[in-house]
Ligand binder design. Structure first.
Ligand code: NAD
Length: 290
């Protein structure tokens, strides 16, 4: 069985690595916090540098917060680039900027290593259930090598184009998710202030054209007042920035995304950045004096 290095064991990375272990892969882990413990107890091996993780693996996966962390882990001192063997595949499943994904791809190619940018959608629930949607940029050859792992972690994996295409797709995904949360938060706030029963409203809307996973899951979160992450709003704000930068690069006005990003800024400014992104509803309620 292939040896898989897994770096970044947070809300998403830990269950993804666990699913790979349960599917029989030998897993080598590293996280800068103590998160590796839960996996080593189940038989994973741990190393203290990314270089060692890469040197001992055929496929290296990262699931880190943002572009700077991925660059540090891959290109930094004792990083993946220093240890990875030619013929291996590097797979970054974090959400980062498309330009960083292309930079990492170019650096690894010089060492004879192929890279895939493979960000995911589906949240913590999808990571735990192995039902993520995986958006991939890179070569067909590298995709084919990693496909069996994608099949364990996700319910769909689509090769979209060259390096960076997965991340550009994910930025678009985050625009749609952010604007849909805004729509649900805004409509729930109006309904609440108008005295409409939110549970009944959610039930009715789920049967019609407004139906969405966000109305379903985040609508329920708003009703239950459950804003524990899930997906931290500060990470979604990071993704909106990736989208807005891309809009600037390609001269595409992104009015809805810009509004959602400003609302997220207001949530972050009130020290609620660690809350789930459905906490956008708290801001809408505050603005409505609820
Ligand atoms: P998280 O903050 O829970 O986990 C990140 C992990 O990376 C932490 O355990 C942290 O200790 C580790 N880490 C940070 N820097 C490191 C370094 N230099 N070396 C080793 N480990 C390091 O975040 P998450 O929610 O798991 O998200 C990870 C990525 O997945 C992000 O890019 C996020 O945007 C994306 N994502 C998250 C969700 C979600 O619902 N949580 C859904 C889809 C995509």
């Amino acid at each position: 069985m292939q040896r898989i290095g897994f770096i970044g064991l947070g809300i998403m990375g830990k269950p993804m690595a666990l699913n790979l272990m349960e599917a029989g892969y030998e897993i080598i882990v590293l996280d800068k916090n103590k998160a590796a413990g839960d996996l080593t107890h189940k038989g994973a091996e741990a190393f203290s540098t990314c270089k060692e993780v890469a040197a001992n693996s055929e496929i290296v996966i990262t699931m880190l917060p943002d572009s700077p962390e991925v660059k540090e882990v891959v290109l930094g001192k004792d990083g993946v680039l220093d240890g990875i063997k030619p013929g291996s595949v590097f797979v970054d499943m974090s959400t980062i900027s498309p330009s960083t994904a292309r930079e990492i791809d170019a650096a690894l190619k010089e060492k004879g290593v192929e890279a895939l940018d493979a960000p995911v959608s589906g949240g913590q629930v999808g990571a735990e259930a192995g039902t993520l949607s995986i958006m991939v940029g890179g070569s067909q050859g590298a995709f084919d090598k990693v496909k069996p792992l994608f099949e364990v972690m996700g319910k769909s994996a689509v090769l979209i184009g060259d390096a960076g295409a997965g991340q550009m797709t994910k930025a678009c995904n985050q625009m749609i998710v952010g604007m849909t949360i805004q729509a649900v938060a805004e409509s729930f706030t109006l309904a609440k202030k108008a005295g409409v029963n939110l549970e009944k409203m959610r039930e009715a809307l789920l049967g019609g054209f407004a139906q969405s996973r966000i109305l379903d899951l985040h609508g329920q979160r708003i009703i239950d007042r459950n804003f524990d992450p899930g997906f931290k709003i500060k990470l979604h704000r990071k993704d909106m920035n990736i989208a807005l930068m891309a809009g600037k690069e390609f001269s595409v006005p992104l009015y809805g995304s810009a509004l959602v990003a400003s609302h997220m800024d207001a949530v972050l400014a009130s020290d609620q950045g660690e809350k789930d992104h459905s906490a956008l509803a708290l801001l809408m309620e505050k603005l409505a004096n609820l």
